[in-house]
Design a protein around this ligand. Structure first.
Ligand SMILES: Nc1nc2c(ncn2[C@@H]2O[C@H](COP(=O)(O)OP(=O)(O)O)[C@@H](O)[C@H]2O)c(=O)[nH]1
Ligand SMILES: [Mg+2]
Length: 391
């Protein structure tokens, strides 16, 4: 069971920075292959380390082409709000950055700015800034290695990047592959023995709408610049369309029409994302609670489907016992561990045995049931996802 006295550490960074890999290295568990079409993606990964229960919280990155930043921020805000209400406090933040990224701009810079605004300056001392992919750099030319070392120095020195956080007590480090180095970072956070109230968390708890929080403002302003640009593009595209009407050039008109439709679609999608930032705390909570409830039901249906197939498959092979393994997933296993209790504050008791998705554990024991075992692993993968995904 998870407890508010456990250690909770957020792992952040752009998509591809190495968060999931880092967590998997620490916990020695296979990373979840996919999120099975889930809407939410803040996931908790638990290990016992130094006689403490440590939960590494995989926070979705900004700048993900598959997901709007506004949606990511909503989810983080919701998670922090829920955690706060349950008495859970983060002990620190591990922020990962690829040293192979040549320039600190675009989504990398935005992600860094968001980190600062989500944490707030008073929590900078509890941030570890870790650079990944040094192994790739070590294979590069001497010149490229020199450039990477210089990038690292620039990152640490410039206030615009990590300098301000380092001056306030954050530490920067080069992450080497392997568990030893990863756990040293975790140890650093644990030994500080802090329980933090993140800036975004405080602001959301006070009822500030997302777009007026420090983190939300960054996105909101960026969205507005983007919307302004799109409106200007649309205006130009529409005047081009008008010109083509007069010119009777069919092909040119068709292209102009397509452009107008395309820009209008993007504009509508972006406007919708911006509206998501305007919601207040109560709306955030009800919208995301609903989403998570729907997700839970979706999971339940998926697991039931796979379990059904497993049973049928076992019967069709007509070998071995009818049950697919000595440890078939029970009905209880399918109920996601709502770490975080239900609406009435009652803890959900069923807990999925996370050891079953440990790298060292196999599910089926009989070689005649390979196909069934495959399905069984599917169930475990779903169950594991449910266990660490749903709050
Ligand atoms: N060579 C190398 N690859 C890495 C390192 N860290 C992560 N990766 C790879 O980068 C990709 C993205 O990593 P992942 O952990 O999924 O990033 P996330 O999006 O931040 O969770 C994966 O293919 C990893 O294997 C590293 O330090 N060195
Ligand atoms: Mg990941």
């Amino acid at each position: 069971m998870r407890s508010i006295n456990d250690v909770y550490i957020a792992v952040m960074g752009v998509t591809g920075a190495g968060k999931t890999g880092f967590i998997s290295t620490c916990t020695e568990k296979e990373p979840l292959k996919s999120n099975h079409g889930l809407l939410s993606s803040v996931t908790l990964h638990t290990m016992i380390h130094d006689q403490k229960t440590v939960h590494l919280v995989d926070i979705p990155g900004f700048g993900d082409s598959k997901r709007p930043d506004a949606d990511v921020l909503q989810e983080i805000a919701f998670w922090l709000l829920r955690a706060y209400r349950m008495g859970i406090r983060l002990s620190g933040i591990i922020y990962l950055h690829r040293i192979t990224d040549i320039r600190m701009q675009g989504s990398a810079k935005r992600s860094l700015d968001m980190l600062k605004k989500i944490c707030g300056p008073t929590n900078y001392a509890n941030i570890v800034l870790a650079t990944t992919r040094w192994d790739d750099i070590s294979k590069a030319s001497e010149e490229a290695q020199q450039q990477a070392r210089q990038r690292y120095i620039t990152l640490c020195e410039r206030s615009l990047y990590w300098g301000d956080m380092c001056c306030a007590g954050a530490i920067a480090t080069k992450l080497s592959p392997g568990r030893y180095c990863a756990l040293k970072i975790v140890d650093h956070v644990i030994h500080k023995e802090r329980r933090l109230a993140m800036l975004l968390q405080q602001q959301i708890v006070e009822g500030t709408p997302i777009y007026r929080t420090d983190a939300g403002k960054i996105l909101y302003d960026a969205y507005h610049s983007e919307l302004d640009k799109l409106r200007e593009e649309l205006r130009k595209a529409k005047s081009e369309l008008e010109a083509t009407v007069a010119s009777f050039q069919d092909e040119r008109r068709r292209r102009a029409e397509e452009t107008v439709v395309q820009i209008s679609r993007v504009l509508e999608a972006k406007s919708h994302e911006v509206r998501g930032l305007r919601i207040d705390t109560a709306e955030l909570e009800s919208a995301w609670s609903r989403k998570i409830c729907e997700e839970r039901q979706k999971f339940q249906r998926k697991i039931e489907k796979v379990t059904d197939r497993m049973t049928k498959s076992a019967q069709e092979t007509q070998v071995g016992p009818k049950t697919p393994s000595p440890n078939p997933p029970s009905a209880d296993d399918h109920v996601p561990d709502d770490l975080f209790r239900d609406e009435k504050g009652q803890p959900h008791t069923p807990v999925i045995n996370r050891e079953r998705c440990s790298k060292k554990t196999s599910f089926a024991t009989s070689s005649t049931l390979v196909g069934v075992a495959g399905l069984g692993l599917g169930v475990l993968q779903l169950a594991a996802t449910a266990a660490c995904t749903i709050m």
